[in-house]
Design a protein around this ligand. Structure first.
Ligand SMILES: [Zn+2]
Length: 238
């Protein structure tokens, strides 16, 4: 690898988009972990006068949530990968059966991107000579290495992120006083969500203020509604 191409790789790596896949899965997982586990805990804490049911429900929610998050990510990434693989196979076949038409199609794509007809054809010819399938996968199907996730890795990342997120409210149910439990869970959950939101916005190069406002609003709505359910439940039990 020449020094020039190493510099290019470093430069490309500096773009936020390269961090997007694992960041999005990790933040989504942790966010979900904090919010859904804290909401379950608040709902049960509002309806319960003892600590055990709160701990049990929170733990059950944490485990169920982590597993369903991992399973959901695995299924969605696997089906995405299957679709991409099927498209690539079809592309391979089309390149074998009708190389001339495929070359024209590629040139049209470059023309649409702003190249002159002759330049587009030259570029299409050179890229076809260099790596025909690679050029069609990237420029016709729009599949590139950056967006291709590994199902197992994605499932593991999501499940692990959910677990880390969910552990935070769970620790609150273990150690904080029972009488103000729902307020402690809410307070800590919003704090964790704000830290996570700010971190994600900073890493992704987007507005921190907007991220904090968004997460605080939706976090409050979610936990507020489950507290209401718990409260209504409690009124009915008492
Ligand atoms: Zn093609």
């Amino acid at each position: 690898m020449t020094e020039k191409s190493e510099d290019l790789d470093d430069y490309l790596d500096s773009h936020y988009i390269h961090r997007s896949n694992w960041l999005r899965a990790a933040v989504l997982g942790a966010n979900d972990g904090i919010l859904s586990t804290a909401s379950i805990a608040i709902g049960v804490a509002t309806a319960s006068a003892t600590r055990e049911p709160i701990i049990l429900a929170t733990l059950a929610g944490l485990v169920a949530g982590a597993l369903s998050m991992a399973a959901g990510e695995y299924v969605s990434v696997s089906s995405q990968t299957d679709i991409e693989k099927a498209d690539i196979e079809r592309e391979k076949q089309e390149l074998e059966e009708m190389p001339e038409i495929e070359l024209q199609r590629l040139a049209e794509i470059y023309e649409k991107r702003g190249l002159k007809k002759t330049t587009a054809l030259t570029v299409a010819k050179e890229l076809t000579q260099h790596n025909a399938l690679g050029a069609h996968i990237r420029d016709e199907l729009g599949i590139n290495e950056i967006s291709q996730a590994n199902p197992i890795q994605a499932a593991f990342a999501s499940g692990a992120a959910f677990t880390v997120g969910g552990l935070l409210p769970f620790l609150v149910t273990l150690f904080l006083p029972l009488n103000s439990m729902e307020y402690s869970i809410y307070g800590f959950a919003i704090l964790f969500l704000i830290i996570l939101g700010a971190l994600a916005a900073k890493t992704g190069g987007s507005s921190i203020g907007k991220a904090i406002a968004r997460i605080t609003f939706w976090g409050t709505v979610a936990m507020g509604l489950t507290a209401l359910v718990g409260y209504l439940f409690n009124v009915n039990i008492a």
